[in-house]
Ligand binder design. Sequence first.
Ligand SMILES: C[S@@+](CC[C@H](N)C(=O)[O-])C[C@H]1O[C@@H](n2cnc3c(N)ncnc32)[C@H](O)[C@@H]1O
Length: 273
Amino acid sequence: MLSPSNINDPELVALASKILADSGFDIRQYKERPLKRRLAVRMRSCQVSSYEEYRQKLKDDPGEYIKLLDALTINVTKFYRNAETYLAVFDRVLPIILEESKSSPVRIWSAGCSSGEEPYSLAIMWREFSQARGLAMDCNIYATDIDLRILEKAQAGIYPRSSMDEIPQNLAGKYFEVRNDKYHISPQIKDMVKFDKLDLFSRYPHSELDLIFCRNVLIYFSRQTQEDIFYKFAQALRAGGFLVLGKVENMFGQMKDTFASFDVKERIYRAVK
Ligand SMILES: C[S@@+](CC[C@H](N)C(=O)[O-])C[C@H]1O[C@@H](n2cnc3c(N)ncnc32)[C@H](O)[C@@H]1O
């Protein structure tokens, strides 16, 4: 169970309760200022000026829920986003995972995967790693997001050129087919990734994971919610499993009994054994 945030405006609390009851989505877990800013965008576009009126709008037009979710979830992503992080994982994390996982398939979770660039990058990285070592070892990549529409895009695996800015050119040539200026991910990579809808505020179905990528997602959540999620990640990882955050995200000091820092610059942590 996640702790409620410090939102105390009664109209906003009532709105949050309605959204939670109708859709199961708990907006109180988001940071208050960005939450209010994004709600304001939706309210302007619905031409209402109070949370009470917006609550009525949601009652009259349940289709507004989709637009609200779109406004709250920021889907920006890229292949090999911050390529230096992928390089650090390739050089220093995968060899440890290989050594520790013995012969069982490697298990990786991309939490908040957006349109799929991140989990497909992880699949490409594992392919490159295992091919370079002549391994035939399987790797299962679970990719989840709360946004069903973005997951459909992920499953299609077709991308604009702008998604390809950071991926090394040789990998773009090897794992994509270009048709009509769109990049189609190769079927061998597609088959490695399983997409599912999952709200990070809910329970996680994963355990004994080797690696979690959760990048540029937690930054939107309240501090208490981030902390709760870190604990749940620790439960989902095997002892010594790795967690990689976004370049501007940090693990708080009080998590040091749960996670140890592995690479400060690349925001890589290990679940304490
Ligand atoms: C900025 S994208 C990050 C994509 C990718 N991880 C990256 O770093 O490039 C943030 C993603 O988090 C998802 N998200 C937001 N709130 C969520 C929640 N409560 N549960 C699961 N995913 C959520 C959004 O739908 C969005 O696709």
